[in-house]
Design a protein around this ligand. Structure first.
Ligand SMILES: Nc1nc2c(ncn2[C@@H]2O[C@H](COP(=O)(O)OP(=O)(O)OP(=O)(O)O)[C@@H](O)[C@H]2O)c(=O)[nH]1
Length: 450
């Protein structure tokens, strides 16, 4: 399981490293998780990193979805390492889900069997970096490692095609169980959890496209460090720096929190709560940002009335292309005890039953919850029931979108025909999927229902 980095592989260095670790065997080993979509350039970047590792002794773990770990072999051949004795591989599955236990076992064993300065984990193209990083915080591995950073490699060509008005050839990411997932979901997820985003394949986009991609990334993940490059040419020091901040802001959350105080404006109104409670902002930050060069803005739609479920599916399942990301809570007529969450990433949109609204619990529980969550926006009559959606995008017709949603508002308690929304916590209903809108419509899935 042990290996020597080919540029630092002298016996002298290895014994130095071993000595360092034996002097302080309990010192946590920094780990950097390298994520990004299939073909984004993770292996290219990893090879660049190993070639420029200087006097660092880096251990590498490569995850591949296929039975044959092509990436592990590529890393090994480019760096004179060998698989099994240089590069650790985990194949035939994804380390963020079904191979979590294998990952834990492999990294714990690695730390026990050899000494090294830094571990780099190259996740598969469909991995979510968040769960991989959490493993190093919550499992047995936590005793030996600390997360230095989550690096997300973005294929700027693919990202521009997916979110900035292009027409992506690839619209889904294939998962290990043969299922598929909208690629846009994954791209957003990978950016929203990153400590550093590497905008790779810079050679394949025009300056304006790169600028627009950068602005979308900043809207999704305000304050994230960004490196623009081709062929993974980013300084090793920068990539391996201790950057990780589990509390770093996520764009949609920042916009919502920034609007919290304003939400009460429409409480206690005529019962519909449908006064204009929408607010616009520059990308992800809580300030007006009219100078955003590529027109990336965000706004919040907040109402104290339930939406007609089918009408909501029609609007939220066919958002205009200008909306890159939307997220928030839904109060739906017909199932008014269930708190639904909505998540949209480009051409994909999902509603999930999150559980009961706090307002449905016994009053002593409500009081306890509210004491622990003073920030919870509470209405005397409706409690925490609300529709609260953040939209982030490019030149969004905010008034038009707010109007379309307002048309679906109903009186609290209004009766509606049976809905196709799940009520069991954790279950979801897809409202839109890239390239599958027609199929969903035919199945009555919601997108373009009406
Ligand atoms: N034009 C261009 N091609 C690149 C760049 N970076 C990587 N590539 C190419 O893109 C392809 C995929 O690169 P990889 O490094 O294998 O990507 P990966 O993310 O490891 O791919 P998977 O492991 O399959 O998810 C290869 O053919 C690379 O040579 C770049 O900046 N520009």
């Amino acid at each position: 399981m042990s290996f020597t980095n080919n540029h630092v592989g002298s016996r002298a260095f290895i014994s130095e490293a071993a000595e360092r670790q034996s002097m302080n065997p309990h010192e946590a080993i920094p780990v950097t998780v390298l994520g990004g979509s299939l073909g984004a350039g993770k292996t290219t970047l990893l090879n660049h990193l190993l070639t420029n590792a200087g006097d660092r002794d880096i251990a590498v773990l490569v995850n591949d979805m296929g039975a044959v770990n092509v990436d592990a072999e590529l890393v090994a051949s480019e760096s004179d390492l060998s698989v099994g004795n240089g590069v650790t591989e985990l194949s035939n599955g994804c380390i963020c889900c079904e191979l979590q236990d294998d990952l834990e076992t492999a990294v714990v064993r690695l730390a026990r069997e050899r000494s090294f300065d830094h571990l780099v984990v190259e996740a598969s193209g469909v991995s979510e970096p968040g769960p991989v990083a959490r493993l190093f915080v919550t499992s047995r591995a936590a005793a030996r490692y600390e997360v230095a950073g989550l690096v997300t490699v973005v294929d700027v060509r693919l990202f521009a095609d997916t979110f900035v008005g292009g027409d992506p050839e690839r619209t889904v990411a294939e998962e290990s169980d043969g299922g598929v997932r909208p690629l846009s979901d994954l791209l957003v997820e990978q950016v929203e959890s990153a400590d550093i985003v590497v905008l790779n394949k810079r050679d394949l986009v025009a300056d304006a496209e790169l600028g627009a991609v950068r602005e979308v990334v900043e809207a999704l993940r305000p304050d994230v460090e960004i490196a623009e490059t081709a062929y993974g040419n980013v300084a090793t020091k920068r990539l391996l720096a201790s950057l990780h901040d589990p509390d770093a802001p996520v764009g949609w959350r920042t916009v919502l929190d920034g609007n919290e105080g304003d939400s009460r404006v429409s409480d206690g109104d005529d019962g519909h709560g449908d006064g204009d409670d929408s607010h616009r902002h520059g990308h992800g930050h809580n300030t007006s940002h009219a100078e955003a060069t590529y027109g990336i803005t965000s706004f919040v739609y907040r109402r104290r009335a339930p939406l007609d479920p089918d009408g909501a599916a029609a609007v939220l399942g066919s958002l205009p292309d200008s909306v890159v990301r939307a997220k928030g809570s839904l109060w739906l007529a017909g199932t008014e005890s269930v708190h639904y969450t909505y998540s949209q990433a480009g051409p994909s949109a999902t509603v999930t039953a999150a559980g009961p609204w706090i307002a449905t619990r016994p009053s002593f529980e409500q009081d306890a919850y509210r004491r622990n969550h003073p920030e919870l926006d509470w209405h005397d009559t409706y409690g925490d029931r609300r529709t609260e959606l953040v939209f982030i995008g490019r030149d969004i017709d905010e008034a038009g979108l707010a109007e379309a949603l307002d048309e679906q508002l109903l009186e609290p308690g209004a009766s509606v025909a049976d809905t196709r929304y799940p009520t069991e916590a954790g279950k979801e209903r897809r409202l839109a999927e890239p390239g599958r809108k027609e199929r969903l419509t035919a199945m009555g899935g919601g997108a373009g229902d009406e």
